[in-house]
Design a binder for this molecule. Structure first.
Ligand code: AMP
Ligand code: MG
Length: 483
C-alpha cells in the first residue's frame, strides 16, 4: 500500500495533537489509505474561513482524502467501545482518521477528522470506506442542525475518491471531513474502564475535563461532576432534537458525545407527521431509538457512562454507586422540566395554570389527526387560523389557546415562538432527491440549495412553501445504514 507523502502546510492548519499525549492504548497511529482520484465535490467555504483554512481545491482534495499529509498532522484512529442496541462491543474508529486538532485564529480547538479514509486497526470486517450519498447526507444534516442552532459536528468537505464502494449495491466512494469540539464519546469511557488501567484512565479523565469542562478541574469529585455536566448537556441536546422533530436513529453509546454535540449522523431524519413512535431506521426493528424514546435512551446511555466512571468516583464501590445513582436519578425530573419549558416556548405560553393541558391536548390532536409537526407550529406562530379550522376539535383547541394568550404581549410571544419553531426543516424527500442527483450526476446544486435554504429556517419573512409541502407516502420513509 502506497504511503501518503508529507507536504508543507500552506493551508493555515494549526495543529496541536493533544490526543497523542495520552497513553498509547487510547489510539493507534494510522495513515489514511490513498484513493485513486480525489475530486472535491463539496467544500464549506464559510466554515473554512472560520477555521482559518484555505487552499487550492485540487490540493485540498488531496489533503482531505489523506492522499497527502500536511506537516504537523499526525493521523490516528481513536480506540473506544460502546453499547450498540444494548450490547457491549469493542469498537474504535474503523473508517476514520483524526488528522489532528486544529486551533482556530480565535484559539478554539477542533478535531479535524476524515471519515471513509480507509481501514484502521479497529475496522473489524469493514472496508474503511464510505459512500458518497452517506457522506453528503451527513454534510446536509449536520449543517442543517447547525443552522437550527443545535450543537453538532460540522462538515468541511466531501471529496470523491474515484473508487467504488460495495454495500448491497455498487456506490461511488467519498471521504467526509468533519469538524467537532472533539469526538470523545461515552464509549471512550467504557473502553478505558474495560481496559482496567486506573492510572491511564485517570489521565484520560483529566484530559476530557481539561478539554470540555475545565471549570470542573478543582471540584471535590471531578468524575462525578463530569457525569452531572454531561447529563445536563445531553438533556439540553435531546430537548433541542425534540424541538425540531429530529430523530438521531442510532443513539448507541459510541455515538453519544461527551461534549453534548450531535455526532455520527447515520440513519437520522426529521419527522414530518407528528407521531411519537416514529422510527426511520430500517435496522431499528423494535423502535429502540424512536422519537419519543430518545430521552429514555439518553438516560440509559448516561447510566452506562456512570457505570464506567465508578472506579474514578470512589475506590469504595458502594459509595461510588450511590453517588452516581443519585445523579442519574435526577435525569427524569430535569428532563421533564426542560422539555416542558421548550414546549411552552413552542406554544408561546408562560406556564400559567392550564398551559400544560393545552400542550398535551395539542400533541394528542396532532397524533390523532396526523398533522405535520413543523407546519402545525408554524401555523400557530404566524396565527394562521384557517389551518386550525380544518377540524372541529382542532378549532376548539385553537379558541382555547387564543383565550389563554389573550392578555399576553403579542410581540414578545411572537418573537419567542419564531425563535423556537423553525419555519421549515430539510424534508426527507427533498434531501433524498438532492442526494440522488449528487450521487448519480455529481451535481450538488440541490444539496447546496438545502444548506443555503436552511440558513433561513428562523426567518419568518422568507416564504418557502416547497419546504413546507409534505409528500403523501411520508409514513413509509425509511433510512438505511448501508453507509
Ligand atoms: P456507526 O454505526 O457508523 O457509528 O459505526 C459503528 C462502528 O463501526 C464504528 O466503530 C465504525 O468505525 C465502524 N464502521 C462502520 N462502517 C465501517 C466500515 N465501512 N469500515 C470499517 N469500520 C466501519
Ligand atoms: Mg459511530
Amino acid at each position: 500500500m502506497l504511503k501518503p507523502p508529507t507536504i508543507p502546510n500552506t493551508f493555515g492548519f494549526n495543529f496541536d495533537n493533544s490526543y497523542l499525549r495520552l497513553p498509547e492504548m487510547c489510539y493507534s497511529k494510522q495513515l489514511p489509505t490513498p484513493v485513486i482520484k480525489p475530486e472535491m465535490l463539496l467544500f464549506n467555504e464559510e466554515l473554512a474561513t472560520q477555521l482559518g483554512i484555505k487552499g487550492e481545491n485540487n490540493l485540498l482534495a488531496q489533503v482531505l482524502t489523506g492522499n497527502v499529509i500536511v506537516e504537523g498532522s499526525e493521523p490516528i484512529a481513536q480506540a473506544y467501545a460502546g453499547h450498540q442496541f444494548g450490547y457491549f462491543t469493542m469498537l474504535g474508529d474503523g473508517r476514520a482518521h483524526l488528522l489532528g486538532e486544529h486551533i482556530t485564529p480565535l484559539k478554539s480547538r477542533f478535531d479535524l477528522q476524515l471519515k471513509g479514509s480507509g481501514p484502521t486497526a479497529y475496522s473489524r470486517r469493514g472496508d474503511g470506506r464510505a459512500t458518497v450519498s452517506a457522506m453528503l447526507r451527513e454534510y446536509v444534516m449536520s449543517e442543517s442542525m447547525h443552522a437550527l442552532g443545535i450543537p453538532t459536528s460540522r462538515s468541511l468537505a466531501v471529496v470523491n475518491t474515484g473508487e467504488i464502494v460495495i454495500r448491497e449495491l455498487y456506490h461511488r466512494g467519498a471521504v467526509l471531513t468533519r469538524v467537532a469540539g472533539s469526538h470523545l464519546r461515552v464509549g471512550h469511557f467504557e473502553f478505558m474502564n474495560k481496559a482496567g488501567n486506573v492510572e491511564a484512565y485517570k489521565i484520560f479523565l483529566a484530559y476530557t475535563i481539561q478539554r470540555h469542562y475545565p471549570h470542573l478541574t478543582t471540584t471535590k469529585n471531578p468524575a462525578l461532576s463530569l457525569l452531572e455536566e454531561v447529563m445536563h448537556n445531553q438533556i439540553r441536546l435531546v430537548i433541542d432534537w425534540m424541538r425540531v422533530g429530529f430523530i438521531h436513529g442510532v443513539m448507541n453509546t459510541d455515538n453519544m458525545s461527551i461534549s453534548g454535540e450531535t455526532i455520527d449522523y447515520g440513519p437520522c431524519a426529521f419527522m414530518n407527521t407528528y407521531n411519537p413512535e416514529t422510527v426511520f431506521s430500517s435496522i431499528d426493528k423494535d423502535g429502540r431509538y424512536a422519537f419519543i424514546n430518545q430521552p429514555g435512551i439518553a438516560q440509559w446511555n448516561l447510566a452506562v457512562l456512570a457505570g464506567a466512571l465508578l472506579p474514578l468516583i470512589s475506590t469504595n464501590k458502594e459509595e461510588a454507586l450511590a453517588a452516581a445513582q443519585e445523579i442519574i436519578n435526577t435525569f427524569p425530573s430535569l428532563f421533564e422540566k426542560g422539555h416542558q419549558q421548550m414546549m411552552l416556548n413552542k406554544l408561546g405560553l408562560k406556564g400559567n395554570l392550564g398551559d400544560d393541558k393545552l400542550i398535551e391536548s395539542l400533541l394528542e390532536l396532532m397524533t390523532h389527526l396526523k398533522l405535520d409537526y413543523t407546519n402545525t407550529f408554524y401555523a400557530l406562530t404566524v396565527g394562521n387560523r384557517e389551518y386550525f379550522t380544518q377540524h372541529d376539535a382542532l378549532e376548539t383547541w385553537y379558541d382555547e389557546y387564543q383565550l389563554a394568550v389573550k392578555n399576553d404581549n403579542a410581540e414578545v410571544r411572537l418573537k419567542l415562538m419564531q425563535q423556537t419553531n423553525p419555519a421549515f426543516i430539510p424534508r426527507n424527500h427533498i434531501v433524498e432527491e438532492a442526494l440522488e442527483l449528487a450521487a448519480l450526476n455529481n451535481d450538488t446544486t440541490h444539496v447546496q440549495s438545502i444548506i443555503q435554504t436552511m440558513k433561513k429556517t428562523y426567518d419568518y419573512n422568507y416564504n418557502n412553501e416547497t419546504y413546507r409541502r409534505v409528500p403523501q407516502n411520508d409514513n413509509t420513509y425509511k433510512t438505511f445504514c448501508g453507509t
